[in-house]
Design a protein around this ligand. Structure first.
Ligand code: SF4
Length: 341
């Protein structure tokens, strides 16, 4: 691969008009901010973040459901970021219940193996994490273990964004981590320029260069700028395992209405591990009331700095919305790395 400076110069040469590309990956946002890429990109090239942070897109109704489970005296095991996301009754870390931070589903199972109490893992994440959870369920964890499945698929959200046309986009930098597992065949249905991107600054620059070239040449294809990790097919074994345990379902995303087939629920065969069924928990729609504009940030129609609470009322220490809580959230990343439009 050519060096970053060469790619940047080639990109600058190709720029003939303003371009806006969306990435759907918190790790891309963090890599862009961490490397200072925005400050060296051509002024008329804008990168916006879409719904690529799994914690941020988890709607309040699912946080409330996790709190309901904690109030039923289940031990709640989840990722650290999710603990601080506010639901309507507060956040998991402020309700005085037994809520434990774990690094992954296997750690939640370890807790269940050492207690008679019910343990519920709040299972968030895209195609990258769902196969690992599926593998755990296939190993038949103890009966006092279950999950609240909050998983999401990326392509249905992209479909929604394209159909709505709210964000004016010239193309997508596809999420490298997700494509390692799921491949990129699924994205070929979308008539828009797309490039699978890696996470080094050179990878991202190359992805952007390939996107600009596609637009200029009037092509709308899926190209791969991350071939050392991603293939068109992805990891069929992992995907097979995921579909063995889960099936697609219609779910709401924060900032989005219910998107058909964009979530994953446990199949009936594994209902014993489904916390919703086991404890009769309902996930309800919650109307938005605060001035937080995470919904717009997640749809790529606002930048974090467009929010009047950004850096004043809402900071990484005292977050108001999930995009300031999660280390993959655009607001937190912009606050920590002083990102500007
Ligand atoms: Fe929400 Fe805070 Fe981001 Fe504003 S700055 S959109 S309140 S998370």
């Amino acid at each position: 691969m050519p060096g970053g400076t060469d790619i940047l110069n080639a990109l600058k040469k190709e720029m003939d008009k303003p371009y806006t590309f969306m990435h759907i990956c918190g790790t891309h946002e963090a890599a862009i901010a961490h490397s200072g890429l925005r400050s060296i990109l051509p002024d008329n090239l804008k990168i916006v973040m879409g719904p690529g942070c799994p914690v941020c897109i988890t709607p309040q109704g699912e946080i409330d459901a996790a709190i309901d489970l904690a109030e039923k005296d289940c031990i709640i095991a989840t990722y650290g970021d999710l603990m601080r996301v506010p639901g309507t009754k507060g956040a998991l870390d402020s309700i005085g219940k037994d809520v434990r931070v774990v690094q992954g589903v296997h750690k939640a199972v370890e807790i269940a193996e050492k207690t008679d109490q019910e343990v519920v893992f709040i299972s968030v994440g895209f195609e990258t994490t769902a196969p690992t959870v599926a593998a755990t369920i296939l190993q038949e964890p103890p009966e006092n273990f279950s999950i609240l499945s909050c998983h999401r698929f990326v392509p249905p959200a992209m479909k929604y964004l394209l159909e709505q046309g709210e964000a004016k986009l010239d193309g997508f930098l596809l999420p490298g981590h997700v494509c390692v597992v799921a491949g990129y065949q699924e994205y070929e249905q979308f008539p828009v320029p797309q490039v699978v991107g890696g996470f080094e600054p050179e990878d991202i620059l190359l992805g952007l260069l390939m996107l600009v070239k596609q637009v200029k040449e009037g092509r709308a294809e899926v190209e791969n700028a991350y071939p050392r990790a991603v293939s068109r097919e992805g990891n069929p074994k992992a995907m097979h395992m995921m579909y063995e345990v889960f099936e697609p379902c219609d779910v709401e995303w924060r900032g989005f209405p219910i998107i058909p087939n964009s979530g994953l629920r446990l199949k009936e065969k594994y209902a014993a591990y489904d916390a919703q069924k086991k404890f009769g928990i309902e996930i309800k729609h919650v109307e938005k009331h605060s001035s937080c504009i995470c919904d717009k940030v997640l749809r790529g129609v606002a930048d974090p700095t467009d929010c009047k609470l950004f850096g004043k009322v809402c900071t990484p220490r005292k977050p108001v919305g999930p995009c300031m809580v999660s280390h993959e959230g655009a607001c937190k990343i912009w606050a920590l790395y002083n990102q500007k439009k």
